[in-house]
Design a protein around this ligand. Structure first.
Ligand code: TUI
Length: 312
């Protein structure tokens, strides 16, 4: 499948793996890249020396292009920007803020820049600042999200910018990919499905919660802090929502959420962990190697598109 994204990055399938903090390590990134997509190492809140080791480890596992996701709320984001320039990583995606001030130096180092944007206004700003593409991420996605759905966000951003638009949020099979392409996207970013990849080393509890999740099992917390997060409903999300309704103290909220993603990913603490996942979790019912996931969903997409063309 050839699109502006496959041409921009020199890849086989137009899919970028989500930059899931604490989760997306070299092993997953390399597996996705080896399979023909673009794997990402998540910077999360980690310092640069940790991510440097992950970059070197990914290079041992694959000679295909991979990237780093830089979460701009991290205190280490400026150091990570320097690191990816030094290491000349193929591509950087960003989340939870605007990477505007870094784009010039990234491009000078030959790093492709693809910011995640939750709005038309930020997409336009990123295009003016020199971004190579944007990821339009709808609020169906897991983790930190904006307010607009993928279905509404993607076509509006496609109309507003000339750079390629990648659709994200709610995509986990070939129908989702085909729909994204119909909306004018040049590719997709997929996070939640890759939680079920064999190479994704999260706790068994996290995997099982993902496989068990139904359509209505995710919920958004944290609106009072201005940083809403979607995760799978559990005691932790119930406590947070109760706090939001009754006390609404953002500082206490920060204390309640601190360390909760690690509790999900590493400890498998089903009551106190933050099990970030998108609304599409309900569609995911099996684990398999990342390469099988990618081949399966793109074969499905091709089938959906060809079947639809035959009807015309
Ligand atoms: O970043 C994500 N998803 C994430 S980051 C994360 S770690 C975290 N944990 C708790 C609270 C906050 C973060 C977990 N999941 N997706 C990309 C994304 N970026 N979604 C929304 C945005 C975004 C929001 C505002 C991007 C830019 C933005 O700009 C505001 C501005 O500066 O104009």
């Amino acid at each position: 499948m050839t699109t502006k994204l496959t041409e921009l990055l020199g890849i086989r399938y137009p899919v970028i793996q989500g930059g899931m903090a604490w989760i997306a390590e070299a092993g997953l990134a390399a597996a996705v890249s080896e399979a023909g997509g673009v794997g990402l190492i998540a910077g999360g809140n980690a310092p640069a020396d940790v991510i440097r080791k992950e970059i070197l480890r990914a290079r041992e596992l694959t000679d295909k292009p991979f990237g780093v996701n830089i979460m701009l709320m991290s205190e280490h984001s400026a150091d990570l920007m320097q690191l990816v320039c030094q290491e000349r990583v193929a591509v950087v995606t960003t989340g939870a803020g605007s990477p505007g001030k870094y784009i010039e130096s990234l491009k000078a180092a030959g790093v492709k820049v693809i910011p995640v944007v939750p709005s038309v206004a930020l997409a336009k700003r990123m295009e003016r600042a020199g971004a190579d593409a944007v990821i339009a991420e709808g609020c169906e996605a897991g983790g930190h999200i904006g307010e607009t759905t993928t279905m509404c966000l993607v076509p509006q951003i496609v109309d507003a910018v000339d750079i390629p638009v990648i659709a994200a949020g709610g995509i986990a099979d070939g129908r989702g990919i085909a729909a994204a392409l119909m909306l004018g996207a040049e590719g997709v970013q997929i996070g939640t499905l890759f939680l079920a990849a064999d190479e994704c080393k999260i706790s068994q509890t996290y995997k099982q919660m993902l496989l068990d999740a139904k359509d209505t099992d995710s919920i958004v917390t944290g609106r009072i802090t201005g940083h809403p997060v979607r995760s799978i409903k559990n005691r932790f999300t119930r406590n947070l929502l109760e706090h939001e309704r009754e006390n609404a103290d953002p500082i206490k909220f920060g204390e309640m959420t601190s360390g909760s993603l690690k509790k999900a990913v590493v400890d498998g603490d089903k009551d106190e962990g933050s099990f970030m996942a998108g609304q599409i979790a309900g569609l995911i019912d099996k684990t398999e190697p990342a390469a099988d996931q990618i081949e399966r969903i793109f074969k499905e997409a091709e089938g959906v598109i060809l079947g639809w063309q035959r009807q015309l």
